[in-house]
Design a protein around this ligand. Structure first.
Ligand SMILES: Cc1cc2nc3c(=O)[nH]c(=O)nc-3n(C[C@H](O)[C@H](O)[C@H](O)COP(=O)(O)OP(=O)(O)OC[C@H]3O[C@@H](n4cnc5c(N)ncnc54)[C@H](O)[C@@H]3O)c2cc1C
Length: 423
């Protein structure tokens, strides 16, 4: 990246996961000047974030090679923090703000993991499912450690499988959704052989461990250097010893940048047409913000979005297929109401600002919760506590405000002044 504080491009893409990478390659193939930016130090997003490229799956390696040969400008370790006007994006990198002026913008910001609070969820060695997977890809060792994987959704399978491959002993995979719904969902995958084969491969990866539906963690307590995990199936309660717990309740589309841009949101997802065009002129969206549907769908949508953002006439059914799959996922893995009873008044809900559930009044709006308790105003800017509170207290989402990632006020003001001087 050059030292200039204002960069010009035809197509700016935020998010270098499968969707953003495919969009960048497609936009370059149409001859557009293309700039791809991500908070992470390497391209790949959540699924291809391996530190050791030798561990990347073949499809990930291929796409990352295509990106590096594409001629797209790649800016790593940079957060998109604001969209102050049409055609203008402000990003921050290493404490320095810079402006990107674009003709088209592709939002490919992926999803975040939904964590639900329960007594003990903030203890050391209790991780999010995707969080532990990310640590593993960054080189963490879990060899010979006992792990209980719990929560909900298909992500439990690849994570249990890769933990087992890394030498961990999987004690149990506990899925909160009832068996009938999960097996009905799996049965419907006969019409989707790629996903079916993938699920079977992941299940084979931890075949010695039990995958138990209708089961969830009630609490975790420290016992020396180990953890005592209390589980239930709604009838029985029992405890098990483990070294690590990985627990996550599915993924939530990250629609914050899209909301900042003013894009229409339907059922928590960015609404797009058959070219991945959003409701805002020249703004496109691809991948998980349009619905949780996995990496192949993200690539298909990214290809369409990148080409269309570069001015090509391209349409396809990737987004509507993704929406249908996401709706089936939502039905199969809907969260049981019992999970609302897990946290007690002393349980922390916002770990950045140390706010417990008992401090949050019944019926408060998301705005009131922020103003009265600071929940959601810490370093993660509500990525963790807001989806949890939406489920626990049925609070709606609060308005999205800049900066999307914490940034010093002085830096923003300084940048705004410099930018005015430039124009
Ligand atoms: C924690 C986690 C772990 C996962 N692990 C797996 C797995 O192991 N296997 C699997 O099959 N699926 C996994 N998934 C699901 C996976 O995300 C999708 O299937 C697939 O990667 C979606 O691709 P995408 O391009 O839409 O988004 P992502 O791959 O999530 O890429 C989005 C990118 O946008 C970047 N970004 C977001 N906001 C900004 C911003 N404001 N500024 C700059 N950059 C930004 C993020 O850093 C990220 O790199 C995981 C999901 C999560 C949340």
């Amino acid at each position: 990246m050059s030292d200039a504080s204002v960069l010009e491009t035809d197509v700016a893409i935020v998010g270098a996961g499968p969707a953003g990478i495919a969009a960048a390659v497609a936009a370059r193939a149409e001859g557009a000047r293309t700039l791809l930016l991500d908070s992470a130090p390497r391209p790949g997003g959540q699924i291809w974030r391996h530190r050791d490229p030798a561990q990347l799956p073949a499809s990930g390696r291929r796409w990352i090679e295509r990106l590096s040969g594409s001629g797209a400008e790649w800016i790593h370790s940079a957060n998109a923090i604001d969209l102050p006007a049409p055609g203008v994006l402000i990003a921050e990198r290493e404490g320095r703000a810079f402006t990107i002026r674009w003709r088209s913008l592709v939002i490919a910001t992926g999803a975040t993991e939904r964590l639900l609070p329960f007594p003990g969820w903030t203890l050391p060695n209790v991780f999010g499912v995707g969080g532990l997977q990310a640590l593993l890809k960054a080189g963490a060792s879990v060899a010979a450690r006992r792990v209980i994987v719990a929560g909900s959704g298909p992500l439990l399978l690849p994570v249990a499988s890769s933990l087992a491959a890394a030498g961990a002993t999987i004690r149990l995979v506990a899925e909160q959704a009832p068996a009938l719904r999960v097996y009905r969902f799996a049965g419907a995958l006969w019409s989707d052989p790629v996903r079916l084969a993938q699920a079977a491969r992941y299940r084979a990866g931890f075949r010695r461990a039990r995958y138990r539906c209708g089961t969830w963690i009630v609490r975790v307590d420290p016992v020396g250097s180990a953890l005592s995990v209390t589980l239930t199936d709604g009838r029985r309660i029992w405890t098990d010893r483990t070294d690590l717990v990985a627990v996550g309740y599915g993924l939530v589309p990250d629609v914050r940048l899209a909301r900042l841009a003013g894009c229409s949101i339907a059922s928590g997802c960015v609404a797009v047409d058959r070219s991945q065009r959003t409701s805002v002129p020249s703004v496109f969206c691809a991948g998980e913000p349009t619905g949780i549907a996995g990496a192949d769908s993200a690539v298909a949508q990214g290809r369409l979005a990148g080409a269309a953002a570069a001015g090509a006439r391209r349409t396809g059914g990737a987004a509507s297929r993704a929406r249908r799959f996401a709706a089936r996922l939502d039905r199969a893995f809907a969260l049981r109401p019992d999970l609302r009873a897990l946290p007690d008044p002393a349980t922390i809900v916002c770990r950045c600002e140390d706010v417990s559930l008992g401090e949050i009044g019944e019926g408060w709006s998301a705005r009131q919760i922020k103003l009265y308790t600071r929940a959601g105003m810490g370093p993660c800017q509500g990525r963790v506590c807001q989806p949890a509170l939406e489920f626990l207290r049925r609070t709606g989402a609060d308005a999205v405000r800049l900066p999307l990632f914490p940034a010093p006020v002085g830096l923003l003001a300084d940048h705004a002044n410099r930018d005015e001087g430039d124009s």
